[in-house]
Design a protein around this ligand. Structure first.
Ligand code: X8Z
Ligand code: ZN
Length: 679
């Protein structure tokens, strides 16, 4: 996620803090950049935006610090401070937006008009005007994120009690091929979210209130307003783009079902209606199927692209080194635990240096020293943290960080490249006015690192010693394409369905009484995925996906999965590459790097269509580069699926059990107290 500035989109939940004390800012507040309570008389629109930019930048570090602490040290105290900082920021945002009304209908420069528009859209959590409601909203938001971060599944009693956190359950889906063990892990993680249901229901009411104050029909319409086109147009664009990719996804789905049935048997390998069983795809949310490579590999003997084994070997080496350094004291459990933690950290840094090296090879700068000292690379042992990966710009002037719980596996390795994409975007636009320090649109921000991931070809992986000598054969090509498709193509319908659900929740077409049914109906419709047994309204399965309690809009990831192929193609062209698209890596190419950097440095200072045109020559998002890239795989899949009945029956999702949704809390009830997540 990306604490994208103005967007503050992230669950970084648009926070900005003022000072630690609670005094109201006043016009004679002498702190540089302190917000003024009332706008000076006669202030022009240009002066107004210049002031907002100053005030925004001045209050930003306190907001990000509070949020950083609450994400890297989940406790009642850190959550209280994060909620308060958020509340102060959102209150200030409301005041700025109120002040901006003076300029409605007036002549002003296009740049200022754009800044005012962006200011109104600068949070994914539109704040209610009523101070009590604002307090309630920020408390709920912080609490839900804390509940997700501290989520764990415990079994047994007394001394036999053991607890598993998300990372442990993900390990089960990654490694176990035992049907019931995977089902247990999948179900286990989904027990963390029913307690969020009531909070989420209220959260929706509160952000809708905020969105309506800003003139939007609901929060979903506000989210859809950030694309330099109308909300209806961007919704139609996502349909159009999905229509381009859907035939490819359907082939991949069909092939995957056949392989799952070969592995688990005809009955267990498919769910109702020919859908894929939600717990068998190697990922809790079925958004990336790369972990079941062992089941899906087209040609297991055509050379290995298994980088997880290589990364694990690298970790083992780091561990052996730590043990050797510990010398004679080795035997005590405490020393072994320390050695393990030190080896994890050393290995995580090594993986991150590798990712940095790609960006540096394009001519981008090395990350600042403070990045290496302030980043959270691995999961600490002594406290709960939000492990979901994110990239942070703490102060708009170089204090950039990432927050992850890195493990030595392929998924985390590519996620580091993804996160550094955000970081390099931050650094590239840091000299723009703060309101323009965002992605051209949020899908651009998500696509930067992933564009680099597309350039991580088998040859690149070989050059950095993560895979061995590569065969030049059609089998090897299909393997490489499949590896990429399991990360990219399988993601696309997931990327779409999350906000189809939230748009419906925000506009009221999905009610709390139908939250779970609507969730699984959309999973069925877009992904062709189903749970193996009924998931009635006693569950809240949407809440088990980080971005729902974290309130991070998700359409950005769908758009990113289209855009990254357009960016990749443009950078391949810039590098002078002439072969088939899927063979291109622009590693080390300074021309490609310059073009990329030019785009990044624009931030949100102009409509994204213009920024896209400068990079690719075209002004539209378009999935034809996705199809061009995967052309060999699509042909191969079609051959493999010949004679099979493909597709699925979305209406076959197991009927919800008769347990109704929990009764909604009375509207006026105070928010439930935050359960201390730690400490
Ligand atoms: O949330 C993320 C990134 C941070 S912006 C790790 N992603 C989405 C997810 O994990 O659900 C990247 C791909 C999709
Ligand atoms: Zn991201």
């Amino acid at each position: 996620m990306t604490p994208t500035r103005a967007l503050l989109a992230l669950s970084i939940t648009a926070l900005l803090g003022l000072t630690a004390c609670t005094r109201q800012p006043s016009p004679d507040d002498s702190r540089p950049g302190a917000p003024v309570a009332t706008a000076p008389d006669g202030e022009t629109a240009d002066e107004f935006i210049a002031r907002v930019n100053r005030e925004y930048k001045a209050m930003y570090p306190e907001l990000t610090s509070a949020q950083w602490l609450s994400s890297t040290y989940i406790s009642e105290d850190s959550q209280r401070l994060a909620a308060k900082a958020n509340e102060r920021y959102l209150g200030q945002l409301n005041r700025w937006i109120e002040q901006a009304k003076r300029y409605e209908g007036q002549q002003m420069s296009p740049e200022t008009a754009r800044a005012i528009r962006l200011l109104k859209l600068s949070t994914a959590m539109p704040p209610p005007k009523d101070p009590a409601k604002l307090t309630e909203l920020t408390e709920i938001a912080t609490r839900m994120e804390g509940m997700y971060g501290a989520g764990e599944v415990c079994t047994g009693e007394g001394a036999a009690r053991t607890c598993k956190q998300l990372g442990d359950l993900e390990d089960v889906l990654r490694s176990s091929r035992d049907y019931n063990e995977q089902l247990g892990a999948w179900r286990g993680w989904h027990t963390i979210s029913p307690p969020m249901r009531q909070d989420y229901t209220r959260f929706v009411e509160l952000v809708n209130d905020g969105a309506q104050n800003l003139g939007f029909a609901d929060a979903g319409e506000m989210w859809r307003s950030g694309y330099d086109m109308s909300p209806a147009e961007i919704a139609a664009e996502t349909d159009r783009l999905w229509g381009q990719v859907k035939p490819l996804y359907e082939q991949l789905h069909c092939y995957t079902r056949t392989r799952l049935q070969a592995e688990y048997g005809a009955d267990k390998g498919a769910a109702a209606g020919g859908m894929l069983p939600a717990h068998l795809l190697g990922n809790i949310w079925q958004q990336d199927w790369g972990n079941i490579w062992d089941i899906l590999a087209p040609y297991p003997n055509a050379g290995s692209l298994d980088i997880t084994t290589a990364l694990d070997a690298q970790y083992q080496q780091a561990y052996a080194k730590q043990i050797a350094q510990a010398g004679a004291a080795v035997a005590t459990p405490a020393v072994l635990v320390e050695a393990e933690q030190a080896a994890k950290l050393a290995n995580a840094k090594q993986m991150t240096e590798r990712a940095q090296d790609f960006y540096v090879s394009l001519g981008m700068p090395k990350l600042p020293e403070s990045y290496w000292t302030k980043t959270q690379f691995i999961k600490p042992r002594d406290r709960d943290v939000v492990c979901h990966a994110s990239a942070w710009d703490m102060n708009m002037e170089g204090d950039v960080r990432t927050k992850m719980c890195i493990k030595p596996n392929e998924e985390d390795f590519t996620t580091i490249y993804h996160e550094l994409g955000h970081v390099y975007y931050y650094l590239a636009y840091n000299d723009k006015p703060p309101i323009f320090q965002q992605g051209a649109h949020d899908g651009f921000h998500e696509a930067i690192g992933d564009t680099i991931v597309l350039a991580m070809t088998p040859q690149y992986l070989q050059s950095i010693g993560l895979v061995g000598e590569q065969q030049q054969s059609n089998e090897a090509l299909i393997n490489a394409q499949m590896r990429m498709a399991l990360a990219k193509v399988s993601f696309m319908p997931f990327g779409l369905m999350i906000d189809r659900w939230r748009w419906g929740v925000f506009d009221g077409s999905i009610t709390p009484a139908n939250y779970n049914k609507a969730w699984w109906d959309l999973k069925a419709k877009y992904q062709g995925v189903a749970p193996v047994d009924a998931r009635g309204e006693q569950f809240f399965d949407a809440g088990a996906k980080y971005h729902v309690p974290g309130n991070t809009p998700y359409t950005r990831y769908f758009l990113s999965h289209v855009l990254q192929f357009q960016f990749y193609k443009a950078l391949c062209d810039a590098s002078g590459f002439k072969g088939p698209l899927y063979e291109c890596s622009f590693y080390g190419n300074k021309e490609a790097g310059q073009k990329f950097q030019a785009m990044l440095s624009k931030g949100a200072s102009q409509p994204w269509q213009q920024t896209l045109k400068e990079l690719t020559g075209g002004e539209k998002m378009d999935a034809s580069a996705v199809l061009e890239y995967f052309a060999p795989l699509q042909t191969w899949l079609t051959e493999q699926n010949e004679g099979r009945t493909c597709g699925w029956q979305a209406s076959a999702t197991p009927a919800a059990s008769s347990v109704p949704a929990p009764a909604p809390a009375p509207a006026a009830a105070p928010p439930a107290r935050s359960k201390p997540a730690a400490g």
